[in-house]
Design a protein. Sequence first.
Length: 368
Amino acid sequence: MLLGALVHCEEKKQPPTASAPSVTTLPAASLSASASAIAAVAQPPRPVVLVAGGDIDLSRNTGQRILKNPELNPFSNLQSWLRAADIRFANLESPLCDLGGKTVSEHNRLIFAGPPSGADVLARGHFDIVSTANNHIWDFGKRCLEETLFHVKRVGIQAVGTDAQGKDPLRPVILERNGQHFAFFAVTGIFNHGRLRDHVAKPYIADADMGALSQRITEVKPKVDWVIVSVHIGEEYIHIPIEATRYALIGAAQAGADLVLGHHSHTPQRVEFHKQIPVVMSLGNFVFHQHRDHPWTGWSYLARVTFPPKGPLTIEACPFFIFDASPQPLTQAQQTAYFQHWDAISRAPRAAIRGARSADGCVALLSP
């Protein structure tokens, strides 16, 4: 279990800087329709595409915009990637609760929450599931956590990594798509109020205890096709993860995950393969204001992962630039600059190798 520092997330408007039942029990008139339903259920599994993004902050300036414009959609420019996926995932960095019009603490700008209507913003991004296991979910305590989970559920989105009842925050969320079943776990190794294991919030937020995680994965794995683990961990604003972060993320793979998704650094970091399991060191930011002192907080990528019915999964990086807390697709020149940086931070023995670029701008990441 690893603990890190507070998130120092300054907001600064920054312009782009880079160039059925059995048939035999039914009346005869129902036989045809029922047979069709059974045939549909019996269809073989098909590939599933997951798109995973990093940190989403719907508080502070963005929260005020949501209050003024309830129809705000910061995901509009990436809809082609999001709509085409079967499952959409991200880390919801800001809780969502009613603070009487406030979206940040009067005393500390690093304590924040988005308004309840932030959940509707997520729905416009077509998200299916979000992680709420992170260092900000307890910023305004248990009430705000409860409201967050209520509002996310209200718009039909699953939350993983927390439990409003304080019974089992490590409980996985199971999703079915195209005849395949996915178990999602989310844990955090970062907490803003001391050690999570010693805090009153422990029953509500899943801690990054790899032993406990391994046991839960062992229990669920025979029941699903794939296990995906989200881990909120690491040092902020760095391009290459420290070894302690790497060990924690690799530990999730060793615990039985088929895909590991890291976030918290607010910067894009490399993907590594460990026994053919992709470990995303950090997805960086998704909807976040760029830090004025750290320009790469304004660049990031979606991990697009294809899960076949049989055989190994494949992963791609779909890069984007964040302008004024809204992700934008890259121009050709920006993509060239992005992948020059990507190559520089991917000089490691198990780092993914860049493959072919797809027509929609995503790039294959191959096992070395």
